[in-house]
Design a protein around this ligand. Structure first.
Ligand code: SF4
Length: 177
């Protein structure tokens, strides 16, 4: 079965970001993956019922998605509302979809309190970054799904090639045995 890739909906051109915009990713391989039926698109926050547009949200106090999952951190909107529960639900929805559709990989936009895979913002709403993952990215990784950021498309291309080659070798060994 083809290994699929869970993709942030905003990267696929869907206008689902907090400000009502999209952030489409332009790369030739995206069309190939789409034609191969590899792409599974989801916005975790919208899947949890959050509206578009919505107030910007960040993980409070310089913490990261892992803290939100464990209950020691919060996702807070600029208005002050605690939206941690919706972010956890969005992450669980993303994991359920990934497992149900054979997604071994995810391609998520970096910096988001949901989809960030190498950094998030620190809760000050001043553009300050903290190394770490958003809530969805960390839950996917905790469950064995390899997460790549929108700046790592080439890395994912190489990883997919290695993954496919390894599967072919395994099949060849089974056929010989
Ligand atoms: Fe994009 Fe992810 Fe934010 Fe949805 S939750 S708007 S997919 S970055």
């Amino acid at each position: 079965m083809t290994a699929k890739i869970l993709v942030s909906a905003c990267l696929m051109g869907h206008a689902v970001r907090y400000d009502g915009a999209a952030k489409p990713l332009s790369h030739p391989v995206i069309e190939r993956w789409r034609a191969e039926g590899r792409l599974v698109t989801l916005c975790p926050e919208m899947s949890a019922g959050m509206p578009v547009p919505r107030p910007p949200a960040e993980i409070d106090g310089g913490r990261t998605g892992a803290d939100v999952l464990s209950g020691t951190g919060r996702v807070v909107e600029k208005t002050g509302s605690d939206v941690s529960g919706a972010f956890r639900t969005g992450a669980e929805n993303a994991l359920s979809l990934a497992l149900a559709t054979n997604c071994r990989f995810a391609l998520l936009i970096d910096g988001s309190p949901s989809c960030g895979s190498s950094f998030v913002y620190d809760g000050s709403f001043n553009g300050e970054r903290v190394a770490g993952e958003g809530v969805t990215a960390v839950l996917l990784r905790q469950n064995g799904i390899e997460v790549f950021s929108d700046r790592e498309v080439e890395v994912l291309v190489e990883r997919l090639a290695g993954y496919s080659a390894a599967r072919l070798m395994r099949r060849a060994k089974v056929a010989v045995a």
